[in-house]
Design a protein around this ligand. Structure first.
Ligand SMILES: C[S@@+](CC[C@H](N)C(=O)[O-])C[C@H]1O[C@@H](n2cnc3c(N)ncnc32)[C@H](O)[C@@H]1O
Length: 210
């Protein structure tokens, strides 16, 4: 069974520093009047802490109670706050329509089968106001093999989706997005930037169309 709780309980705060572009994205958000941000799949809270520190109202959503507990501890230690929800991204989000000015999701939405990814993207659209921003990073089939994925024994379960049969992320689906596919699934967004970051994830900065 896919088990993020086990990963976080064993490895602790896997990510500590924010995504290398988060500072630039935060400046852009501020300049565009963004106030409320959803961090979808917030994990142990590196972006909640960073964005809260930057003065945004942040909400964290994740399916791992271990991750959420660690995120809450981190925020408390830094005297910061965030609204937190435990839930699955392929199910309706617990927020009203148009509630957020921006949604970020770093290395999260590709951890599902495509039918569920499409539900997640529709939910992101629903909770985002018109003209609101997304900054999303997803897995791609890397031009250079990733050291961290050595020995994963990837088993293909549908077009573009693989499940490692061993290693720390064993049992967790990974959908490797093509650029074309991202344009298709984000049809209701105006893409502003699309590029591959230093960790070989494709980043998308976009706004919700009217
Ligand atoms: C690679 S970690 C990234 C965490 C965080 N975004 C960061 O950048 O530090 C993936 C996160 O997605 C969460 N996740 C995976 N599947 C999920 C699902 N179906 N619904 C909600 N969260 C999920 C995991 O619990 C984990 O926290």
């Amino acid at each position: 069974m896919p088990d993020w709780d086990k990963i976080f309980n064993e490895k602790g705060y896997v990510f500590v520093d924010p995504h290398p572009d988060m500072s630039r994205i935060a400046s852009l958000f501020r300049a565009q009047g963004v106030r409320r941000i959803l961090d979808l799949g917030c994990g142990t809270g590196r972006h909640l802490a960073f964005l809260s520190q930057e003065g945004f109202e942040v909400s964290g959503f994740d399916s791992s109670s271990a991750a959420l507990e660690m995120a809450i501890k981190w925020l408390e230690e830094e005297n910061l706050s965030a609204d937190m929800h435990l839930g699955r991204m392929e199910e309706p989000f617990p927020y009203s329509d148009g509630f957020f000015d921006a949604v970020i999701s770093i290395q999260v939405i590709h951890h599902n089968m495509m039918k569920d990814i499409l539900v997640t993207i529709r939910e992101i659209e629903r909770v985002l106001k018109i003209g609101g921003y997304i900054f999303v990073t997803v897995a791609i089939l890397s031009p250079r093999p990733k050291k961290s994925e050595d020995g994963w024994k990837l088993h293909q379960v549908e077009d573009g989706t693989f499940i490692p049969q061993s290693g720390p992320e064993s049992g967790i689906p990974h959908h490797y997005f093509t650029e074309d596919e991202l344009h298709k699934v984000l049809i209701n967004f105006q893409i502003l930037e699309m590029y591959v970051d230093d960790t070989d994830h494709r980043c998308v900065l976009a706004t919700k169309k009217s």
